[in-house]
Design a protein around this ligand. Structure first.
Ligand SMILES: [Zn+2]
Length: 305
């Protein structure tokens, strides 16, 4: 299987969750073996940052990557879209230290990436595969991973809220399933948390336009839910984004109970720090057709919804 990038440069603007201000995002094609590369633009020029498990410095409001000199916030839903749609190499140019929150899902990023189109490159893709079962537990929550030929996630959440309760979804993460099953699921929060954040000058961009907000009884958003189980679908989306921080596609079967960004990252760090035990890089063989396909014929559209 060949590595991919996007076919052309695309851009969008939106509100930053932290600042409440307009921020700009530009996605550009990148060469083989670049991976995901953030380019952080400021008045003094551009600096670069590649995601890695150890660079997740905050997970409270949104996932923040940082290397001690610079940070970029709210990366999780774009990373999920890039990884979920099977894009290996991409330049992500950010102005304003955070990505736009858009509608709180990955739908806008999927739309943008479809506009850009997908292009195959000349080198084969290397995936990190789980080679030994692992059970990672914290406070009754867990992530269990085992070898599997693909990326499959079985996620269960439990919330003491009448509208959420217990929700479970198992999904093979393919570009098609990502787009149709989880990309549109929005992040969610509780009214009392939103009030607290706003009172403390946090999440200034957070609103009913970019999150499902719940009070004790139900959803405050006038349009209601996009799926009856939108909550667990969003957790799956977050899991895809959180695993993408590894910097290479991950293969395995993951059974997840009640985890969130912080625990997902703790798990990923553990895998990464013990990769000799748990992970094996596997370079996917080129299909026969790819070996004879000329470069001009290797342009393929992104999977349609
Ligand atoms: Zn999320």
């Amino acid at each position: 299987m060949l590595q991919t990038t996007i076919h052309k440069t695309v851009r969008c603007t939106g509100i930053g969750l932290h600042s409440g201000k307009q921020v700009e995002l530009v996605l550009r094609p990148a060469a083989e073996d670049t991976g995901v590369l953030f380019s952080l633009r400021s008045d003094s020029g551009s600096t670069f940052l590649s995601p890695a498990p150890s660079l997740v410095v905050e997970t409270g409001l949104a996932t923040v990557l940082g290397d001690g000199h610079q940070t970029v916030a709210t990366v999780e839903h774009l990373l999920a879209a890039v990884s979920g749609m099977g894009i290996d190499n991409i330049h992500i140019e950010v102005t304003g230290r955070e990505l736009p929150i858009m509608d709180g899902s990955a739908a806008s990023f999927v739309y943008l990436l479809k506009q850009a189109g997908l292009r195959k490159l000349d080198k084969p893709r290397t995936v990190m595969t789980v080679k030994k079962p692992i059970e990672f537990e914290q406070d009754g929550k867990y992530i269990k991973a085992r070898p599997y030929n693909g990326f499959r996630v079985d996620y269960t959440i439990e919330f003491a809220h009448p509208l959420i309760g217990t929700q479970r979804m198992e999904l093979e993460i393919t570009p098609k399933n990502f787009v149709t099953e989880i990309a549109k699921a929005r992040t969610f929060g509780f009214l009392k948390e939103v009030d607290y954040l706003h009172a403390n000058g946090l999440a200034l961009g957070g609103s009913l336009d970019n999150a499902i907000v719940l009070d004790e009884y139900g959803v405050l958003n006038a349009e209601g839910l996009r799926f009856k189980d939108e909550f667990v679908r969003h957790k799956l989306l977050d899991f895809v984004g959180d695993m993408a921080v590894l910097g290479a596609p991950l293969h395995g079967h993951f059974e997840v109970f009640a985890s969130g960004h912080a625990m997902n990252n703790a798990f990923l760090r553990h895998l990464d720090e013990n990769k000799d035990i748990y992970l094996e890089p596997v370079t996917l063989p080129l299909p026969e057709a790819a070996r004879v396909t000329s470069r001009t014929e290797s342009l393929v559209p992104v999977a349609a919804v």
